[in-house]
Design a protein around this ligand. Sequence first.
Ligand SMILES: Cc1cc2nc3c(=O)[nH]c(=O)nc-3n(C[C@H](O)[C@H](O)[C@H](O)COP(=O)(O)OP(=O)(O)OC[C@H]3O[C@@H](n4cnc5c(N)ncnc54)[C@H](O)[C@@H]3O)c2cc1C
Length: 492
Amino acid sequence: MNRRKFCRTAVAASVAAAIPVLPGCERKAPVATEADASLAAISLDGTEIELEKAAIKELGESMTGPVLLSGHADYDGARTIWNGMHDKRPALIARCMSSEDVSNAVTFARERNLLTAVRGGGHSWPGKSVCDDGLMIDLSQMNSVTADAETQRATAQGGALLSGLDAAALAKGMVTTAGVVSHTGVGGYTLGGGFGRLSRKYGLTIDNVTGAELVTADGKIRRISADEDADLFWAIRGGGGNFGVATAFEYQLHPFERNIFSGSLVWPLEQARDVLEFYAEWAPGLSDEMYAGPGMATLPDVGSIIAVDIVYNGDPAAGEKELAPLRKIGTPVLDAVTMQDYSVMQTNNDIAFGHGIRSYAKSGMVKEFTQGLVDAMIEAYDPRVFVGNHVAGGAVKRVGELDTAFPHRNAEIMIVMATGSHDPATDDELIAAARAYYKALEPFMGGYYDNIDFDGDEAPGNYGPAYERLRKIKGEYDPGNLFRLNSNIEPG
Ligand SMILES: Cc1cc2nc3c(=O)[nH]c(=O)nc-3n(C[C@H](O)[C@H](O)[C@H](O)COP(=O)(O)OP(=O)(O)OC[C@H]3O[C@@H](n4cnc5c(N)ncnc54)[C@H](O)[C@@H]3O)c2cc1C
């Protein structure tokens, strides 16, 4: 059967059947229940398969959420993810509203050996949450977050965003580690590790996960924790989406003052050597409360700068004192370190990293901020590449290498290299620039953060000593490797 012809028939049929409906009870079009032709799709091994009309209809009827087909008004919005470089068209999108919906979609995919992508917040740099011609399990509507002051726990559904997690926790006077762009999804972010500006005090986000609900490849909805399915619970804390669809996470919260001493110190790039050489000596002695991350960028109307991002999670007077030596370095053009509302700080990167940008990124873990690294960062600097960071050390480093599936515990900092453009014509040139900068810094880095890496093609090596155990668990819970659109672990 000709695949393209097949698709066209299905699309035409679904569009023709358009009658508005609400998920689950009334009618909405064109959704799976109205498919009046089979659909061409792709199997896990890349061969073409056919999804029978009756099976698609049955999936649609089994779900409370809609199964969107090409031509539905919500189809394009659902398949569009953050990075504008990825424009993929799933054969069908299961827009799940409940764990049972997820279970039905997983079973449908497993029984047909169907290529499957799982979409949480859609921020995957390499675009792994969407696929051509397969099934997209879309969690975007499963996005509620609740927090409880008494138990000091928050529960977030698998498609929630970090903004929701921060907001629910802050409303109860608490917080947990969350990343620096609030429209990132809790799903991929948490499963890969989770770096934020409070990591030095509270650890990575996975160090604050106390339990989860996971739909495994057999369709079973499992509640997992240190006491239930402990192997799985270990694996999802760093092993990404390899083990199933996380429909909920439970997080440990920490009492928190809403206002926080934070902001940036900025110098012209010419002063980068003074700043970075000072930083290399100063940073290893910093308290867990102090987050100080150096970055370089070239901004329109401003020019090239070096900045140190400061967040002090404690008494502001103590923060002022600890920061004082850095303030004496060179001549900053801007000192914006001041008291600010935590939620303002957590959203101040949201526009710069807005949806639709075409972005490439790489990262590397740094154990020691050496003179060689300082020289390389300055000599190889390319104004087309944004050089950022995530600071580690502190509580991140005190967790054992194999206590979770995230092994890069001895790094002091992660260097991030990213590009951004809205012009497809610049993709190749910008990717080459970021790769060249990465190459120059590579001798001073060891391993990378899978969540911030466009290539992420060194899965076994990068999981390090955690890999063998991960393979074994993968073999047990996903022997057919249904969940493969991630930093993939071969079933053992
Ligand atoms: C602008 C931006 C800022 C970022 N800032 C930070 C930061 O501060 N700290 C940090 O640590 N990282 C950061 N990241 C990286 C981020 O952690 C990853 O991009 C992460 O994968 C995003 O999760 P998501 O759910 O939004 O992504 P998605 O694209 O939805 O998914 C990413 C991967 O996770 C899988 N997945 C997602 N949700 C689930 C789920 N519920 N169950 C099973 N599998 C799932 C997907 O299948 C895919 O393989 C940032 C990324 C971007 C683009």
